[in-house]
Design a protein around this ligand. Structure first.
Ligand code: ARG
Ligand code: ZN
Length: 507
């Protein structure tokens, strides 16, 4: 469901230059990457996926995963061969019903050569049969399959799909999903969307359906022993929550947080507009990881986030991503501020609502926390680089940028932008400059200077930049001591920082 190929302008210019209509271009291989500057091999060129049908069988005791993924796509060029992003061991590939040659590259690529050249615009049905132990498959010394004592979990960003299904693994190619997994009776399966189940001869099949466009990294799979609860919000939205039966001391705090999902999604709808998907929920598997992930309509949390007690703030963060990240997704990974800046800002709104510090106080606190020579200010939230994609500055400086916008355009325009943008771009992709143009249109104010200062400059903005962040203590601060120039820590601060314990803080 790709709408705007990243390289379209360049390709168009090239076609013009050569005076050759694109359709007359000679058939060739699809590119091994979709053109993302941070991840050259992410996604693939030459086709556009509309649907994934993923049918698997998993044995938790041995980590054996086997099955078939069927991909429905359309060729965007004449294709002699094309790639999928996949790391597991492939047994057989069919393209439009005919056996196709295939080879792994040792990286993340599965190269497929169909028996016949595929012509531009024609439908492609790819069937990939595979079997492997995903926990043992490493790339760059890492596996994105999180093995647990009772199963495994696929949830990571920017990549985890390749450890359980072949795909065009980039947020610009969204698709609908059917995921159906057979597991031994007594084991449960979590994935995205609505679900049904049936049991036969010792095996239970769980079938999930995501009928709204979904980016590949937002598809999740968890297998293990879970307590699954289903409910509906007062507005009728199905809520599915699930907890590993093995959460130990974290179980109470995890439930007391994630069970607030229905209430919090309604609260966020007041800021962001109608919830974009057909189901909402969250699951907490028994994994040691420190991050959560906004997997679409079924959020992944780690027990670590609840180790210091209830954390509704992280639930707000991941729910905010359903609008900012999942429905409106990045056009390339450098645009990550569109996700994390707003998800973090939603936690500041929650803090304000809970009387634990206003967004302005949190912005002032971040501004004063790091001196000008601190590495924090060397990260440009608008283009942090692949290795700093999830650095603390993308979140915290990113949220200060949102507060700067609020102060610059005023309350009325700000909240119209916050709610209007997810509607304007629903189920699509966007860049930061697209957002800027939208905010300028709604507010009637030029915003280049503000955006450049807060998002695209590798230095601490001057105090009061764009008339925004106060450089003196907030009014609610206690009486300053002789040396105190920093506002006191907002009560929500530590909890907010627990959202993501894998930040690369360069302290
Ligand atoms: N989008 C996730 C969040 O903010 C962050 C995931 C970070 N993942 C990672 N492997 N560093 O909640
Ligand atoms: Zn986030």
């Amino acid at each position: 469901m790709r709408k705007r190929p990243i390289v379209s302008a360049a390709a168009g210019a090239l076609a013009l230059l050569l005076s050759v209509p694109a359709s007359a271009a000679p058939a060739g291989p699809g590119a091994a990457g979709i053109g993302d500057p941070y991840y050259p091999n992410a996604g693939n060129g030459g086709y556009d996926v509309s649907h994934y049908d993923i049918r698997l069988k998993y044995q938790p005791t041995t980590d054996e995963l086997e099955g078939t993924t069927t991909i429905l796509a359309t060729a965007t060029q004449d294709l002699t061969r094309f790639n999928l992003d996949f790391v597991l061991d492939v047994k057989e590939v069919l393209v439009n019903g005919r056996a196709a040659a295939f080879a792994g590259t040792g990286e993340h690529e599965l190269v497929i050569t169909p028996a016949r050249v595929i012509t531009k615009g024609s439908p492609i049905t790819v069937v990939v049969r595979y079997a492997d132990r995903p926990g043992e498959v490493e790339r760059g010394g890492q596996s994105a399959w999180l093995r647990t004592p009772d199963g495994g979990v696929a949830a990571n960003e920017p990549e985890s799909a390749a450890w359980w299904y072949p795909s065009n693994d980039h947020p610009t190619d969204k698709a609908t999903f059917d995921v159906s997994v057979q597991v031994p009776d007594g084991t449960q399966v979590i994935s995205n969307g609505t679900s049904t189940q049936s049991s036969r001869a010792g095996w239970t099949r769980y079938t999930y359906r995501q009928s709204k466009p979904q980016a590949t990294y937002l598809a999740t799979l968890a297998i293990g022993r879970f307590d699954i609860r289903t409910d509906t919000t007062p507005g009728g939205l199905p809520v599915i929550t699930a907890y590993s039966t093995d959460l130990g001391d974290n179980a109470g705090a995890a439930r007391a947080s994630v069970e607030r999902t229905g209430e919090l999604v309604d609260w966020l709808s007041g800021y962001f507009g109608a919830y974009p998907f057909g189901t909402v929920g969250g699951y907490v598997p028994n994994v040691p990881t420190g991050y959560a992930l906004e997997t679409q309509g079924q959020i992944f949390y780690s027990p670590a986030q609840f180790a210091r007690g209830t954390n509704t703030s992280v639930v707000v963060h991941e729910l905010a991503h359903q609008w900012y990240g999942d429905s409106v997704s990045v056009q390339r990974w450098s645009e990550i501020w569109l996700n994390e800046g707003f998800a973090r800002y939603s936690q500041w709104l929650w803090s304000e609502h809970e009387n634990e510090g206003t967004a302005q106080e949190l912005a002032d606190y971040v501004y004063n926390l790091y001196p000008a020579d601190h590495a924090f200010w060397t990260v440009k939230p608008g283009d942090p680089g692949a290795d700093q994609q999830f650095a603390g500055a993308v979140y915290d400086r990113g949220a200060v940028a949102v507060q700067a916008l609020r102060n610059a355009v005023g309350e009325d325009a700000f909240f119209r932008i916050l709610k209007g943008w997810p509607t304007e771009r629903r189920y699509g992709n966007a860049t930061i400059r697209d957002f800027q143009a939208y905010a300028e249109r709604i507010s009637g104010k030029p915003l280049s200077e503000l955006m450049n200062t807060w998002l695209f400059t590798a230095a601490k903005p001057a105090a009061g930049s764009a008339g925004v962040v106060a450089s003196s203590p907030a009014k609610s601060s206690p009486a300053p001591t002789a040396t105190a120039v920093v506002p006191s820590e907002p009560r929500s601060w530590k909890k907010i920082q627990e959202t993501n314990t894998v930040h690369d803080h360069k302290d």
